[in-house]
Write a protein that binds this ligand. Sequence first.
Ligand code: NAD
Length: 296
Amino acid sequence: MARVAFIGLGNMGGGMAANLAKAGHDVRAFDLSADALERARLAGCLPAEDAAGAIKGAEAIVTMLPAGKHVDSVYSETVFEHADPAAILIDCSTIDVDTARRVAEAAQARGLLAVDAPVSGGIAAANAGTLTFMVGGTEQGFARAEPFLADMGKAVIHAGASGSGQAAKVCNNMLLGAEMIATCEAFVLAEKLGLDLQKFYDIASVSSGQSWSMTSYCPVPGVGPESPADRDYQGGFAAALMLKDLRLAMEAAANACADTPMGARAAELYEEFVAQGHGAKDFSGIIQRLRDQKVG
Ligand code: NAD
């Protein structure tokens, strides 16, 4: 078992660090929040005084931070200075592709091995150790990171070179955002056409309109397996986080000159939904906005 540094013990990182400790690793944890540090201690990690204290002597350094600017500053101010030259640097945060590539290049210039490894799956999957990791980096980086990621997830997939993990993540979540809105609008139209929503689900879930948003995460209460819709859209994947991912997708699309009209519309609708004060609601709650919208 190895010594692992874990920086960023929030909603996701807290459970992930706990799973590394449960797997037998010596986890040295750091977060700016004292409460998060205390939770990590109770979960079997050793709280560090500062990021440098966690990083020194670690074989693997995992970061799970809010956004690109946090990753940039933690890497440039602490990781690069204090990391053991043989350590593997694993950033699991969801950040923009350009920052991910820049961080990996800066690591390489210092002779360090780094991968981007964003996750699919929310807080429940982070706690249960059933995340999916999409990894960007060299074969060697992937081979070094894989055993640590396997202790926190159910699937670890090498997406390609540096930044590819983030690229896969933004494409997946752009698809999810647009698919959820399309699923919601189909249910709203079905309702307005007088269809029983359970009947519509029974038909569409075994027809060509089927999707994950319908059959695993149905936005209609009482229809399909249990989902945030059954809890008044509390918990789950916050609309504000979906908006963050859609903004990253739009930034990536602009940089790559890719035409993404459905992703752009999904981003607009989530911008509106979040601006109306619903950022903390599950992202499937956008069905309420579509239902309430008066047309014609
Ligand atoms: P969070 O805000 O709960 O946690 C982030 C943690 O980082 C906080 O505890 C904060 O104190 C800490 N932090 C910030 N700057 C720091 C610094 N300089 N040094 C040490 N700690 C610092 O966020 P989260 O929900 O855990 O999400 C983390 C990442 O995972 C984000 O990039 C998010 O987009 C991604 N993600 C989240 C979910 C989800 O469902 N929450 C799902 C998939 C991916």
